[in-house]
Design a binder for this molecule. Structure first.
Ligand SMILES: Cc1cc2nc3c(=O)[nH]c(=O)nc-3n(C[C@H](O)[C@H](O)[C@H](O)COP(=O)(O)OP(=O)(O)OC[C@H]3O[C@@H](n4cnc5c(N)ncnc54)[C@H](O)[C@@H]3O)c2cc1C
Length: 459
């Protein structure tokens, strides 16, 4: 069966949802469909359960499904352009901020008790500066995992009320040009299906990187080189970072390492949080989140330390490079993430079950006790260790022997296809969100969705 849509959105994360929202707000008569290869939001369940190892589902319910990679996230909305993506560079600060703030206003409609903003702190900025660290300026709206989840459910309900068609477990596997638009080849619950549409918004997130690359090659879109981040998730007692988290909620800190003069960053901080596992096409990496409700808080906090790797010359496979590191980590971790005590890493020995059992920081994720240094590249590992010591100067205790490191946590943004200035990579084909290599977080991905929604409806 073939049906004609005005806009087909591939991917049901915040980018795709915000695009649909804006299109319907501006032009309620447009026929819009969202195709999502994962499950409906309410049917997304990780069979491993909290704290248990990953069981390798075909489509990871943590990374994909309606509400996207952000569904079970901490729901931290970074209302600025200093991090979380590069739409400030793409659109200019004023326009970028207009759309980032608009994401905040849209979400406010669907959340109960919208939480207040955490603002940046001059005193903490100075403390960091005095220790060669740069605390990034940003206002943050922290919804927390549960409130964020409910807000996204309500946004999706609203879109359904606006007659946006939502197709779960429907993967787009190919796109062909037709006379007046595009034909999409889909696999819906293992059955092939084709739909016709005038325009396409590709909003497939990081997990859709292979699909985007395939389509860029097919439609002759130039791909620009991008970097990858290799790193670890770090977990320790919550009290160690409370001076920061009680004031600014999420410290995001840059550091220039001593040995290599590379830039590292501490980010994605979760106060009272849990370390989580993420399955990206069979590769398990670490992440973290936290609940807003006090009774769901743990005694720990966690954050990522990432070391950026830039490739020079014609090397166009940075994602594959980083995936191979993560794959090796899973191989060495018997199919899982590896956890290591910082004290063991320093002493050049693996963490074993005995030492982990006696650790004062109790791990919130069941991972394989092992040795990160047998997998992580020397340069990245050196950068990570130096960053931990630098952070210890502003939050003493960060470099304690019992601090836990989970490996690895990689961020892939390698493909950054060229676009026309309005995120169209071909005629009537837009690429938005984390899959575009331009955004790296909820606010900016959502902002790109709203922006493209406006372009499509001529606003
Ligand atoms: C555990 C975790 C915690 C996070 N916490 C935060 C946070 O607190 N704050 C923050 O700003 N960011 C956070 N992030 C990052 C944030 O979730 C992403 O930046 C954001 O979700 C990107 O949105 P997106 O719509 O571009 O892509 P995604 O949310 O990844 O959505 C893309 C969707 O497309 C689907 N898809 C992919 N390929 C296809 C295909 N071929 N056909 C159909 N569907 C397809 C996927 O299943 C997925 O659901 C977190 C991420 C994780 C995993």
């Amino acid at each position: 069966m073939t049906t004609k849509y005005d806009v087909a959105i591939i991917g049901g994360g915040i980018g795709g949802l915000m695009a649909a929202y804006e299109i319907k707000k501006n032009d309620p008569d447009m026929r819009v469909i969202i195709l999502e290869r994962g499950y409906e939001q309410e049917n997304r369940h990780c069979p491993a359960g909290a704290g248990q190892p990953c069981v390798h589902c075909k489509v990871c319910s943590i990374a994909g499904g309606f509400a996207g990679a952000g569904a079970f996230s901490d729901g931290k909305f970074n209302l600025g352009t200093a991090y979380g993506g590069m739409i400030g560079d793409e659109l200019g600060e004023t326009v970028a901020m207009q759309y980032i703030n608009e994401v905040d206003h849209v979400l406010e409609q669907f959340a109960d008790d919208y939480p207040p903003l955490y603002k940046s702190s001059e005193a903490l900025k100075l403390k960091c500066l005095q220790n060669n660290l740069r605390l990034l300026d940003m206002n943050v709206r922290h919804l927390g995992t549960d409130k964020n989840y409910k807000t996204m459910l309500r946004l999706i309900d609203h879109l359904k009320e606006q007659d946006v068609e939502m197709k779960a477990r429907t993967e787009c596997v190919d796109i062909d040009k037709t006379e007046d638009g595009y034909s999409l080849s889909l696999v819906q619950k293992d059955q092939p299906l084709t739909i016709d549409t005038k325009r396409i918004i590709i909003a497939t997130g990081r997990s859709g990187a292979d699909f985007v690359k395939k389509m860029c090659h097919k439609f002759g879109v130039h791909i620009n080189a991008n970097s990858v981040d290799i790193g670890v998730r770090v977990e320790m007692k919550d009290a160690i970072w409370r001076e920061f988290s009680s004031v600014i909620y999420e410290p995001k800190i840059l550091y220039r390492t001593k040995t290599f003069e590379d830039r590292t960053r501490m980010f994605c901080f979760n106060q009272g949080g849990l370390v989580s596992a993420e399955n990206n096409n069979g590769i398990i990496t670490a992440n973290g989140h936290s609940f807003a409700e006090p009774e769901k808080k743990t005694d720990n906090c966690n954050f990522a330390i990432l070391s950026s790797i830039h490739f020079e010359g014609d090397f166009d496979k940075p994602t594959e490079y980083a995936q191979n590191i993560a794959r090796n980590m899973n191989f060495a971790g018997e199919g899982n993430i590896i956890v290591q005590r910082f004290g063991d890493l320093k002493r050049g020995r693996r963490t074993n079950a005995h030492r982990l059992g006696a650790n004062s920081v109790i791990p919130t994720l069941k991972a394989f006790p092992g040795d990160l240094s047998i997998v992580l590249p020397y340069r990245a590992l050196t950068n990570i260790i130096e960053t931990i010591y630098a952070l210890d100067k502003v939050a003493p205790g960060t470099a304690n022997d019992d601090t836990l490191l989970y490996g690895c946590e990689n961020k892939y943004y390698s493909i950054r296809p060229s676009h026309d200035g309005n995120f169209a990579i071909a005629k009537d084909m837009y690429l938005i969100g984390d899959g575009s290599g331009i955004t790296r977080g909820l606010s900016q991905s959502g902002a790109m969705g709203l922006y493209v929604g406006d372009r499509i409806t001529g606003q």
